[in-house]
Design a protein around this ligand. Structure first.
Ligand code: F6R
Ligand code: MG
Ligand code: MG
Length: 386
């Protein structure tokens, strides 16, 4: 049976700044989808991570279905009205275009979806990150799907050892989707060359080379490409299928122990380590650190099991404490060097405005009055060679 899993997420308002949506807002969104899902959805799971609400839906309509997308869009519009009534901060901030036009792509909300033949046992993982951008998943995906140091399945499983096809998007191209396909293991160094620049090159999807099945789908929308300016960090969602021809769930989760540095946190303009958190966690320290949550599901004929909150385990408490230490270390250097993002990624215009003003005040010193004296060449005996 062919199944589509679609997750659409948006920030349409939150309490106390950018911390988390109100319970009433989430309830409003759930009620709207439940009231209008008949004949459209097989199942549904609504969650929130930081200030973002995600609507995970199963159906049989394929990717990019206008009715499924419109259902989520209208739920977020209804949520926005609730946020306005409650005085939440940033009400409707991710709904960048006034009217829906068939697909939420390019309108503000982030989308990850894939259609596949449901396996007899179909486990998949739903990731949601807040206060960061889609490149945050580059390193964990590279390690899970291409590095045997992380994923022994690449050596142990004959199917996995055939490798994977990565579709990578150049998210700096605004008017069209610019993508490249690279196959591991043979294109590993090419892949690494692109993924090392996560603000520009982002994994969009991953496919098994053994079976041609899709393993992963990442929301690659960049809000500033849509709005023409920064309107907030993109806060990407991602779906990853696990086991059999794909990495095991544990291989997919393992890289999150690193707490790698990603773009985001305060005013979307810093480098901070990514902290794996429990479902429905708010953000806190320095509008961060950037967080990622993960719900593991099994699905049968479109019906979802209850989620397993994979980062709710004593192991991840130890990781969180180390990531908190890394965050504090980075914050000790304030705005200097690696702590703040490069100019092109800053969410605010303050620094570039200040630099333009300062540029006028720079002066070139006049040429020195007399040219420096050219020293006479000296021979090995210390005498001047004439
Ligand atoms: C992401 C997020 C940030 C803010 C950004 C702008 O979830 O909250 O990227 O959108 O810091 O914040 P304001 O609008 O408060 O200037
Ligand atoms: Mg926000
Ligand atoms: Mg957010």
């Amino acid at each position: 049976m062919k199944l589509t899993v679609t997750v659409i997420k948006a920030d349409v308002g939150s309490i106390g700044g950018h911390l988390r949506p109100s319970q009433r807002l989430v309830k409003t969104i759930v009620e709207h989808v439940n009231l209008n899902r008949k004949g459209l959805l097989k199942d549904l799971y609504v969650s929130h991570t930081g200030d973002d609400v995600a609507i995970l839906m199963t159906h049989d309509r394929g990717v990019g279905d206008p009715d499924v997308h419109q259902l989520a869009w209208k739920a977020f519009v209804t949520g926005t009205q609730c946020a306005q009534r409650q005085g939440l901060y940033g009400a409707g901030q991710d709904l960048l275009i006034d009217s829906f036009s068939g697909n939420v792509r390019g309108l503000g909300p982030a989308v990850a979806e894939m259609e596949f033949e449901e396996r007899p046992g179909e486990p998949f993982l739903f990731f949601a990150a807040d206060k960061t951008d889609p490149g945050a998943y580059n390193l964990p995906l590279y390690l899970a799907f291409a590095d045997p140091m992380n994923s022994p399945g690449l050596l142990l499983s004959p199917k996995m050892s055939r490798g994977f096809r990565f579709v990578v998007m150049d998210v700096s191209t605004v008017d069209k989707d610019r993508t490249i396909e690279l196959e591991t293991p043979q294109d590993l160094y090419d892949l690494a060359t692109l993924l090392r620049d996560p603000e520009r090159y982002v994994v969009e999807s991953i496919w098994s080379r053994a079976s041609d099945e899709q393993a992963a789908a990442v929301a690659t929308e960049r809000l500033h490409n849509i709005a023409g300016k920064y309107t907030g960090k993109d806060d990407p969602v991602m779906l990853v299928r696990s086991q059999m021809n794909f990495p095991a769930t544990g291989e997919i989760l393992s890289p999150y122990h690193i707490g790698h540095y990603v773009a985001g946190a305060m005013r979307g303009s810093h480098q901070m380590p990514l902290m794996p958190v429990k479902l429905h966690s708010p953000v806190s320290f320095f509008d961060g650190p950037p967080i990622v949550s993960c719900a593991a599901f099994s699905v049968h004929e479109g019906k979802l099991t209850e989620p397993v909150d994979v980062f709710d385990h004593p192991f991840w408490d130890a990781v969180r404490s180390r990531v908190a230490d890394k965050s504090i270390e980075m914050r000790r250097q304030g705005f200097f060097g690696a702590a703040m993002l490069p100019m092109t990624e800053l969410e605010y215009t303050g620094i570039s405005e200040r630099l333009s003003a300062l540029r006028k005040r720079f002066k070139l010193r006049p040429e020195p009055a007399s040219k420096p004296r050219v020293l006479e060449p000296v021979g090995s005996d210390g005498r001047i060679v004439s």
